[in-house]
Write a protein that binds this ligand. Structure first.
Ligand code: C5P
Ligand code: MG
Length: 206
């Protein structure tokens, strides 16, 4: 007997836009600007994982710490569980329906599971950026971010994971015509102008 999985939400209830790009591409920065202009809830998978890692009594804190430092993708059950709770809380308590999910899905299994079990995404906003520019940004951020992975060893591992594990997700959505690509090597405001232009039409229609 086959098991038919039913998503927790349907596409009329909530809409989800995935935001992808290499480490240091500017996903978080651009999401913050989008939240100011549109009524999105911004959920960063990395931020949710760091909060869980720091939570007293977390059973997976040590595991998350290891994966983040090594630039590896945390097992999907953990990340999807955190995202699902955050979406449900925003929807049930605050009637929020529009979500920007930043830094997710970073691996094919996450993409498939999320769309099957939570809700299909509307599209993916992909920030295209060279490693050279990302490296410069991350090293600069590392001076003040306090992040355990903003150091040259972890950054190199994160770049490798991005190329090998996360780019296939972008290609998968591209094959479905569900990627809006923006180059983000320019200044924050210039990139944002391009982001607004690129997504305006798609957002209006959703
Ligand atoms: O997006 P951000 O750079 O904050 O992610 C930091 C780290 O969190 C990643 O390098 C990875 O170890 C972990 N992560 C993950 N799965 C995601 C998002 C982040 O394992 N979907
Ligand atoms: Mg981020």
């Amino acid at each position: 007997m086959s098991v038919i999985k039913k998503p927790t939400f349907n596409s009329d209830q909530i809409s989800v836009i995935f935001v992808l790009g290499g480490p240091g591409a500017g996903k978080g920065t651009q999401c913050t600007k989008l939240v100011d202009n549109y009524q999105f809830v911004h959920l960063s998978a990395g931020d949710l994982l760091r909060a869980e890692q720091a939570r007293d009594g977390s059973e997976v804190g040590a595991l998350i710490k290891h994966y983040i430092m090594e630039g590896l993708i945390v097992p999907q059950e953990i990340t999807i569980g955190l995202l699902k709770s955050a979406i449900a809380e925003n929807f049930e308590k605050y009637n929020k329906t529009k979500f920007l999910i930043d830094g997710f899905p970073r691996k094919m299994d996450q993409a498939i599971t999320f769309e099957e079990e939570i809700v299909p995404s509307k599209f993916t906003l992909f920030f295209d950026c060279s490693e050279e520019v990302m490296l410069k940004r991350l090293l600069e951020r590392g001076k003040t971010s306090g992040r355990s992975d903003d150091n040259i060893d972890s950054i190199k591992k994160r770049f490798k994971t991005f190329e090998e594990t996360s780019m296939p997700v972008v290609e998968y959505f591209e094959s479905q015509n569900k990627v809006v690509k923006v180059n983000c090597e320019k200044s924050v405001d210039e990139v944002y102008a391009d982001v607004k232009k690129a997504i305006a039409e798609r957002i209006q229609n959703k």
